[in-house]
Structure formats: structure tokens, C-alpha cells
Design a binder for this molecule. Structure first.
Ligand SMILES: Nc1ncnc2c1ncn2[C@@H]1O[C@H](COP(=O)(O)OP(=O)(O)O)[C@@H](O)[C@H]1O
Ligand SMILES: [Mg+2]
Length: 215
């Protein structure tokens, strides 16, 4: 089983939104996926409960035993775990990063957000796991995304090659226990998630099981 931790010291950068979308993308690519939620706010758990019996299955996780929880679910047949985490959680975030095979750090494209990712980067670096900054919520038709990407490259930090833009298609379906992949499969948000998943699956060296299209 492979595990991806989504961490950020800053709240509201899209961790839960991205975790839910990636978990659904993985399921649709035919990987039995478990969504782990270490955030006491339990946003990912609440979203998963709205899905009733539709996968991914979600688990409330306690950071100090996350590794054991992952091992148990791997033994039960899970092929991928997506770990959603709480903001401002040094210890919890580093447990998640250490238990994962790859770490994603979502970041909005603003000076304040970029300035604040240093702590998340240090947390990921100290885990020794490969990590990537993922630009999220980037306003379409502006240069902020390109400017943020340039600043990240200038700082010699690894940047995911897919940018997620500000789109209501990421937001609206979550309230009904869905994602853009299900609510607006032909839309641009779904297309971005398929591209992100395809790249991520390559990074994790997962075998290709099905041809994934957004629609
Ligand atoms: N790409 C996006 N486009 C539009 N809104 C977004 C996007 N990503 C996140 N949001 C919104 O930003 C807010 C924070 O997202 P959330 O996933 O809860 O972040 P976190 O889990 O990091 O606190 C939510 O209101 C969410 O709907
Ligand atoms: Mg969250």
C-alpha cells in the first residue's frame, strides 16, 4: 500500500478538498483507497459519511498510532491511503509525513501563503519523504500562479506540475458528499484532478489499471 500525506501549517489552503478529490480519483482508477483524517474538526470524515456506502472508506486517525492504523488497513486490502491533516499541527503533521510515501503541501498563490510554507516544507524535509508544493485556488486569467511557481522554483523547492484553479466545482459538490469528478465530470476541475492523479500515480509508481478520463 502507498500513502500520501497532505500537510500544511496554514489552514484553509485546500487540504481536505484535495484529499477528498484525490481519494475519489484513486477509487475511480480502481485502487481500493482509504481516507485518513487526523484533523479533530473531522471535515473529511463528515464528507465521507455523506457518501454513505460509496467509497473511499474514511477513518478517524490518531497521529501517534497512524503507522499502525495504516498497516492494519493495508493488511485488509487497501492499496492507497490519503491522509488529511489539521493545520498548525507540528506533531500530527510530522507523524503523517513520516508514515507516508509522498507528501503534498497545498499552497495558495499569494505572498503571505508562500511566505508561510517554510514551516510545512521543514516538516516535510525532516520526514525524509519526497514532497511537492501544490498550488491551489489559483485565480484563472491572472499571473499569480506563474509568479508563485517562479518563486517556488527560485527557492529550489519541488513543485507539482499541475495547478488547481479557483473553481466552484471543487466546492459545491462536497456539501452533498461528492467531488467534481462525480458532479461535473466534464468540467475543468475534474480535468485538473485527473491530471493531478495521473501525475501522482506516476510518482508513487502505481501500476496503471484503467484509462482515466475526467468525463
Ligand atoms: N481550488 C479551489 N477553488 C475554490 N475554492 C477552494 C479551492 N480549494 C479550497 N477551496 C475552499 O477553500 C476553503 C478551505 O478549503 P479546505 O479544503 O477546507 O482547506 P483546509 O483543509 O486546508 O483547511 C473551503 O471553503 C474550500 O471550499
Ligand atoms: Mg481541512
Amino acid at each position: 500500500m502507498k500513502a500520501v500525506a497532505i500537510i500544511s501549517q496554514k489552514g484553509g489552503v485546500g487540504k481536505t478538498t484535495i484529499a477528498a478529490h484525490l481519494a475519489v480519483a484513486a477509487e475511480r482508477a480502481d485502487f481500493t483507497t482509504a481516507l485518513f483524517d487526523t484533523d479533530p474538526q473531522a471535515s473529511a470524515m463528515k464528507w465521507a459519511y455523506l457518501r454513505k456506502d460509496v467509497p473511499p472508506e474514511a477513518f478517524a486517525a490518531q497521529p501517534p498510532v497512524l503507522r499502525e492504523q495504516l498497516a492494519k488497513i493495508a493488511q485488509a486490502g487497501a492499496e492507497l491511503a490519503i491522509i488529511d491533516t489539521a493545520p498548525n499541527a507540528d506533531v500530527a503533521g510530522s507523524y503523517a509525513a513520516k508514515a507516508a510515501d509522498l507528501v503534498l503541501i497545498p499552497c495558495k498563490a499569494s505572498y503571505l501563503d508562500l511566505d508561510a510554507i517554510r514551516a510545512s516544507v521543514e516538516m516535510a524535509q525532516s520526514s525524509g519523504k519526497p514532497f511537492f508544493i501544490l498550488l491551489n485556488d489559483v485565480t484563472v486569467g491572472t499571473t499569480v500562479g506563474a509568479e508563485a511557481a517562479a518563486a517556488i522554483k527560485e527557492a529550489e523547492l519541488p513543485l507539482a506540475p499541475i495547478v488547481l484553479h479557483h473553481r466552484m466545482d471543487y466546492v459545491t459538490p462536497l456539501g452533498g458528499g461528492q467531488t467534481a469528478l462525480e458532479a461535473t465530470p466534464e468540467g475543468k476541475a475534474a480535468g485538473e484532478i485527473v491530471a493531478l492523479w495521473t501525475w501522482l500515480a506516476g510518482q508513487l509508481e502505481l501500476p496503471k489499471k484503467t484509462e482515466m478520463n475526467a468525463a
